[in-house]
Design a protein around this ligand. Structure first.
Ligand code: TYM
Length: 331
């Protein structure tokens, strides 16, 4: 059986970046690849690699689960579950750590960035996070993994670890392929368009959260930084702010950059931003409508129970085989 799998960390309210880089393509793949099983999970174990407030975390887990559905995934043919409810992720994560070299983890740019920015409080779990992410994927023999651009390096590591294990212990894991959307794989901060839009940065004006009030969403778009060229033109190097807004425009409307440039030729940024504010506002308000439905129904918990039970069967069966290949236990 072929599986498409992905995960989202509940470290805050998901952003427009998460939507355009990931959630939106999950739904598209579910529609277009109906012969594949879709496994989606809330990566709550990954969330605690940085400090979390337990009440907030519990809320965010539910929010992410509801947003999977609100962003267009249909509950049919969907296995939706929480990572922390399938302990095999952690067990295989440890196996992956035993295959993974320190140097490989030290090279991960997400880790390096955090080290560069931060503090003294980097946890060992944050360091070994990519080994757990590899386990998340390999446990289910996922064939395709839709992700944003920032997860590409982690996916490469998962592939390397799958190949390494297969070479040492015999054919065991499917080597996964990352699927990165053409438009929207890297949405940048609206106030600082050289930085990724990120839910880990609290409450800033440059980040649109999917549960922001619609007037706030529109305001954030309208006050996004641009430049003095006064020309709607795609040029990431010289016009990063406008190019980022064009990416958002294109990812939602599916218009090409050329079509957008033609539409706003001779006009300033005012019209462009007002239109985009409406476009994003409409898109986010559709998501919120569905979110409001799911967050207040029993259906979500029922779906998570069903997903947990199904994922558990897969995970247990696979881990048994892996332990056997490793020579662990008494099987
Ligand atoms: P996370 O929770 O940071 O992000 C979830 C998904 O959203 C994408 N994304 C973006 N795409 C475009 N522009 C942005 N500004 C932007 N910010 C985030 C991410 O690339 C991701 O696809 N490690 C993962 C979660 C994870 C996972 C997995 C994913 C854990 N195990 C196994 C796939 C398979 C993460 O932190 O994503």
């Amino acid at each position: 059986m072929n599986i498409i799998l992905s995960g989202v960390k509940p470290t805050g309210i998901p952003t427009l970046g998460n939507y355009l880089g990931a959630f939106k393509s999950f739904a598209k793949m579910q529609k277009e690849m109906s012969d594949y099983e879709i496994f989606m999970f809330v990566a709550d174990m990954h969330a605690i690699t940085v400090p979390q407030n337990p009440q907030e975390l519990r809320k965010n887990i539910k929010n992410v689960a509801a947003l999977y559905l609100a962003c267009g995934l249909s509950p049919e043919n969907l296995t939706l579950f929480l990572q922390s409810e399938i302990s095999e992720h952690l067990e295989l994560g440890y196996v992956m750590q035993s295959l993974c070299y320190m140097g490989e983890l030290e090279r991960m740019t997400q880790f390096k960035d955090k080290m560069a920015k931060q503090e003294t409080s980097i946890t060992s779990a944050l360091f070994t996070y990519p080994a757990l992410m590899a386990a998340d994927i390999l446990l289910y023999d996922a064939k395709y993994v839709p992700i944003g651009d920032d997860q590409k390096q982690h996916l490469e590591l998962a592939r390397d670890l799958a190949v390494r294990f297969n070479n040492r212990f015999g054919e065991t894991f499917t080597v996964p392929e990352g699927i990165i959307t053409k438009t929207g794989a890297r949405i940048m901060d609206l106030q600082n368009p050289t930085k990724k839009m990120s839910k880990s940065v609290d409450g800033d004006k440059g980040c649109i959260y999917l549960l922001d009030p619609i007037n706030v969403v529109k305001k954030k778009i309208k006050s996004a930084v641009t430049d003095n060229f006064a020309k709607v033109h795609y040029d990431v190097e010289n016009q990063p702010g406008v190019s980022n807004l064009m990416t958002i425009y294109s990812a939602i409307t599916e218009m090409s950059y050329d079509e957008i440039e033609a539409k706003y030729a001779g006009k300033g940024y005012g019209d462009f931003k007002s239109d985009l504010a409406e476009i994003v506002g409409d898109e986010v308000s559709k998501i919120q409508e569905k979110y409001n439905y799911y967050i207040n129904t029993k259906e979500l918990d029922e779906l998570l129970n069903k997903g947990r039970d199904k994922a558990k069967v897969f995970a247990q069966r696979k881990l048994k085989k892996i332990y056997h290949k490793l020579g662990l236990g008494r099987y």
